[in-house]
Structure formats: structure tokens, C-alpha cells
Design a protein around this ligand. Structure first.
Ligand SMILES: NC(=O)c1ccc[n+]([C@@H]2O[C@H](COP(=O)([O-])OP(=O)(O)OC[C@H]3O[C@@H](n4cnc5c(N)ncnc54)[C@H](O)[C@@H]3O)[C@@H](O)[C@H]2O)c1
Length: 368
């Protein structure tokens, strides 16, 4: 993959996180320089404040990443970083994202995600940088009115605070791009990113309390948890379990490079694209695919439905194919195999890191 256009430097918020770290691999390999910030609220730092994930990214790519510890709610520090570099475009990943937690501490979510986004947009504007790729989510569609979901499906009927922060930010982006013609923004609505970089060096940290499905499955396969709890086995779906559109994290990462290329080619003001495979996979199908791809056993228990859970959700990703020239390429089997490689090489996530430059004891900070 080669870089097109003249932009050189990408500022990445939330750079130490799961999706950003994989995306930075793709950005570096496409020839961009990367300046990343993170507050480590949901990622791992070494004792001298470095990002363990980004050290691994440097190892994978042989290139370096400029990293700062910075909280997006600290507008002054953010402005200071912007004043030190000539930034061509921004990818805004930083957010807290645990749906259940967002219902318990809504103000914390609004402050972090909404104020963080406002600060970033204001600092960008002051630095005359108007190019942005925003991490949005399929959660903004709420309960689907039709499937597969296209970008013009109604948004906003959301049942959780986390999703509302994403929706409010998209609405804010609509308003600023309507009011000020300089802005050139792509909002990427991710479906369900899973898997890991094929090296096994970076991946989703499996030790978070509010775990996603694939880390949960892998922890059961490793014997760390006795069984997988499947919420709802009586949905009117092919096997009674919920359906999602799982997308390999490296496909998702490639979507960001495609979005940057598109922003450089044309002034879009604001466009939203779904990033998904277009394929609906049930929880049981994912469990079976995981067992087959990794030669493991994943015992499970089917329990009652969880309030607020959506039965079925998968993307129509034709627009991204047509306008960004991007489509998902990697299979469900590769998602499972790559995740398993990361999980077995790093059973306790980044905290067991021994193959970095140092053997320092690592600390994991949580966002509460
Ligand atoms: N993983 C998914 O399933 C999924 C799906 C749809 C959308 N998204 C969105 O994609 C983005 C990245 O998600 P992820 O899965 O990589 O999550 P992640 O938690 O691994 O990464 C987010 C990073 O942002 C950092 N962060 C949070 N608040 C910050 C702040 N105020 N200042 C600085 N850094 C801050 C965290 O420490 C973390 O390293 C998020 O915006 C998320 O809402 C994720």
C-alpha cells in the first residue's frame, strides 16, 4: 500500500488503544508519520509512560511513533502538542466505550467523549487543520428498521449513553460542517471489530472487566473462565442467538487509510461510511468457527436476553467499496486464528510483555 496525496503527518487520539494501534501499523506502512496521544484510561503504559502497544507497533513496522500522554479534556496540553507539529489530518479514536458502564456513570461518559471531541475540534480549528476521520459506531443506528443497514438508515434511537455520545458527536460534526466550509470529515461507522495483527504482537487487551465477545470466548478456551454466557437463545434468528457483523481489525485499519486517501482527493464536508463485511454471523456460529479455527473447546450456557441488546445487525458496506475503494477481505477463520495467536502469546494482555525493549513491570490503569 502506498500513500497518495501530499499529507504526511497524522495525529491519532487514543493511539494506545485496540483499534488505533492496528491502524497506526497501516498508517506507518502507508508512509505517514504518526503523532499519537492517550491518557491510558483503557490501555497499558510502562512505568516510564510509554505505550506498550505502540512499542510493539514500532517493532512490527520498524518505524517510530511520536507519543504523548495527554487527556483530551486537557485542552491546553492538547493545544501545546498541536503547536509543536505540523499536523495534516486527525483520526479521533479516543473514547470510553463500555455500554454497561456508560449507563452507570453517564456524566463521566459525556464529559470524556463529548468534551474531549469539542476540545479536539477547537484545537484543530485553531491550528487550521480541518481534516478528520472520526470513529463512529453502528450502535448509532439503534434497533434496525431494515437489514443490511445502509448509511441513510435513521440514526439516534439509541438505548445507551455510550451510543448517544457517538450520535451527539456525529450531529455536532453535521453542524460544524454546515456552518464552516473548511471542514473535511469522514465518519466511519464500525460494526464489530475482532481479531488481531497476524504477528500476535498487538491485539485487544483481554483483561478488561466489560469484555467483548471474542476475548470472552478466548478466555473460556484458555480455561480462565468456565463457560461462555450467551445472552438470548430464543431470538427469531437462524439458531436463536444474536447476529453481528464481525470485521477483522486489519480490514478496519485499512479502511482508515482509504478514508484519508479519499479526504485528500476531494472536499467532502462530511460523509459517513459503514465499515463491515456485510455478513451476519450468529454468536453460536462464531463459537463454532472459533473452535474449528483454533482446535479448542468453548463450553457455553444460554441465558436470558439482556435488556437493550439488539437481535440482529449487519452492514451494507457498498458505499465504502464504491467511494473509498475499500472492502473487507479477511475471513471469519482468520479473525479467530489471529485473535488466538495474540491471546496465546499474551495470555494476560500487555501486562505479560517480555519482548519489548525493556522488561519493566507494567501497570494497567483503568478508567474509573
Ligand atoms: N471496539 C469496538 O467494538 C468499537 C466499535 C465501534 C466503535 N468503536 C470506537 O472506536 C474507538 C476506539 O475503540 P477501541 O476498541 O480501540 O477502544 P480502546 O479503549 O482500546 O481505545 C480507546 C483509547 O482511547 C483512550 N482514551 C479514552 N478517553 C481518552 C481521553 N479523554 N483522552 C485521551 N485518551 C483517551 C483510552 O485510554 C484507549 O487507549 C472508540 O472511539 C470506540 O468508541 C469501537
Amino acid at each position: 500500500m502506498t500513500m497518495t496525496g501530499i499529507w504526511k503527518t497524522v495525529f491519532v487520539s487514543g493511539g494506545a488503544g485496540y483499534i488505533a494501534s492496528h491502524c497506526i501499523v497501516e498508517l506507518l506502512e502507508a508512509g505517514y508519520d504518526v503523532i499519537a496521544i492517550d491518557n491510558f484510561s483503557n490501555s497499558v503504559s510502562g512505568i516510564t509512560g510509554e505505550s506498550v502497544a505502540l512499542q510493539r507497533v514500532e517493532k512490527i513496522t520498524g518505524k517510530s511513533v511520536k507519543f504523548y500522554i495527554c487527556d483530551l479534556t486537557d485542552r491546553e496540553k492538547l493545544a501545546e502538542i498541536f503547536s509543536k507539529h505540523k499536523i495534516d489530518c486527525v483520526i479521533h479514536f479516543a473514547a470510553i466505550k463500555a455500554v454497561g458502564e456508560s449507563m452507570e456513570v453517564p456524566l463521566h461518559y459525556y464529559r470524556n467523549n463529548i468534551i474531549g471531541a469539542i476540545n479536539l475540534l477547537e484545537v484543530m480549528k485553531a491550528a487550521k487543520c480541518f481534516q478528520l476521520v472520526f470513529s463512529s459506531s453502528c450502535t448509532i443506528y439503534g434497533e434496525p428498521e431494515y437489514l443490511p443497514i445502509t448509511e441513510n438508515h435513521p440514526i439516534g434511537k439509541i438505548t445507551n449513553v455510550y451510543g448517544r455520545t457517538k450520535y451527539f458527536i456525529e450531529e455536532m460534526l453535521k453542524d460544524i460542517t454546515r456552518a464552516e466550509k473548511n471542514w473535511n470529515i469522514i465518519s466511519l461507522r464500525y460494526f464489530n471489530p475482532v481479531g488481531a495483527h497476524p504477528s500476535g504482537l498487538i491485539g485487544e487487551d483481554p483483561t478488561k472487566p466489560y469484555t467483548n465477545l471474542m476475548p470472552f470466548i478466548a478466555q473460556v478456551a484458555l480455561g480462565y473462565k468456565p463457560e461462555l454466557l450467551i445472552f438470548g437463545g430464543d431470538y427469531p434468528t437462524k439458531d436463536g442467538t444474536g447476529i453481528r457483523d464481525y470485521i477483522h481489525i486489519m480490514d478496519l485499519a485499512a479502511g482508515h487509510v482509504a478514508a484519508l486517501t479519499a479526504l485528500q482527493k476531494s472536499h467532502l464536508r462530511l460523509k459517513a461510511y459503514n465499515l463491515g463485511t456485510g455478513m451476519g454471523v450468529s454468536v453460536l456460529e462464531l463459537v463454532k468457527a472459533f473452535e474449528k479455527a483454533t482446535d479448542t473447546k468453548v463450553p457455553y450456557i444460554i441465558c436470558g436476553r439482556r435488556e437493550g441488546d439488539i437481535m440482529s445487525m449487519y452492514a451494507n458496506a457498498d458505499l465504502a467499496k464504491k467511494e473509498l475503494g475499500w472492502s473487507a477481505k479477511l475471513s471469519l477463520e482468520e479473525m479467530c486464528q489471529d485473535f488466538w495467536r495474540w491471546q496465546t502469546m499474551n495470555p494476560k494482555g500487555y501486562r505479560t510483555a517480555t519482548n519489548d525493549n525493556t522488561n519493566q513491570e507494567l501497570i494497567k490503569k483503568s478508567d474509573d
